[in-house]
Ligand binder design. Structure first.
Ligand SMILES: [Zn+2]
Length: 280
């Protein structure tokens, strides 16, 4: 299927009644069909994207959407929220806070980039979650457990994971990808490694990321190892007195053998710069 922006979308049933909606090069979403209603994971970047997502839900089922879960507050995951005000919008307390504090700045950033979303994003009504939690929320939804789990700061201060323990499945938002470097400029770099490690302790076999393909557990181990290698090499270089550009070269040389073919590897310097700011 091709969406209105030209990029390909694909819907994959990853467990009975659980779908990954993969959007080539853009942001993925999730759809869980319960007995009498639907749970959607992430509302995507602008209202028109959210409407296309809802049209895809209707192609799967005529049940109403009861919950929208925001994996985190970033615009490309949560700026379609206004199309889900007939549902309960669920997110971490820090997801709500970040949308309130930084939502307008994220909007301004997209407008300034003057890209294909810059016009529509001006019209977005930033709509934070109305049901928030700080550690864990267990839903018993359509005969299955859907655990919403917070494991600490990582890609933002408010990332949650959607864990379906009986299906051994995870939705990871932007904390981890299969073979891709996440956006790091809002990251909490040292916490991120610890959060990844806690994530690996959950029982799961496969994960749906906010970007890129569906992964298996070994890919999530790789994602943790990437973050650990980035942080340890960058800290070492910065402590040795290298500036951010020098340290970026050092880190790139150290990591390119194992991770050089990852999507977004060229953005590695963002993580070094972010870490520098967090070392005080
Ligand atoms: Zn994000």
């Amino acid at each position: 299927m091709t969406s209105s922006n030209g990029a390909r979308t694909e819907i994959v049933e990853v467990a009975r009644g659980v779908y990954a909606r993969l959007h080539d090069g853009l942001t993925n979403a999730g759809i869980i069909v319960g007995d009498d209603s639907v749970l959607v994971i992430d509302s995507l970047r602008v209202p028109s994207f959210a409407r296309e997502l809802r049209a895809d839900v209707r192609r799967i089922t005529d049940k109403p959407v009861r919950y929208l879960v925001d994996t985190h507050g970033h615009w490309d995951h949560a700026f379609g929220n206004e199309e889900f005000t007939d549902a309960i919008i669920v997110g971490h307390v820090n997801c709500r806070r970040e949308l309130e504090e930084y939502g307008e700045a994220w909007r301004d950033g997209v407008v300034a980039r003057n890209n294909q979303w810059s016009d529509e994003i001006k019209t977005v009504r930033i709509t934070p979650p109305d049901l928030t939690f700080d550690q864990r929320l267990e839903l018993h939804f359509g005969g299955r457990r859907v655990d919403l789990v917070y494991l600490g700061r990582a890609h933002t201060s408010g990332d949650i994971f959607i864990h379906l323990p009986e299906d051994r499945l995870l939705f990871t938002g932007d904390v981890a990808q299969d073979g891709g470097v996440p956006y790091m400029l809002d990251g909490h770099m040292r916490d991120w490694v610890e959060t990844d490690t806690r994530l690996l302790n959950l029982p799961f076999e496969r994960f749906v990321s906010g970007h890129g393909p569906i992964g298996t557990k070994p890919a999530l181990v790789e994602a943790r190892d990437f973050m650990a290698a980035l942080v340890s090499n960058a800290e070492g270089a910065l402590r040795d007195g290298q500036d951010v550009p020098q340290a970026t070269v050092t880190v790139r040389d150290a990591l390119k053998g194992r991770f050089g073919d990852w999507r977004g590897f060229e953005r590695l310097g963002d993580g070094v710069a972010r870490l520098r700011g967090q070392m005080g």
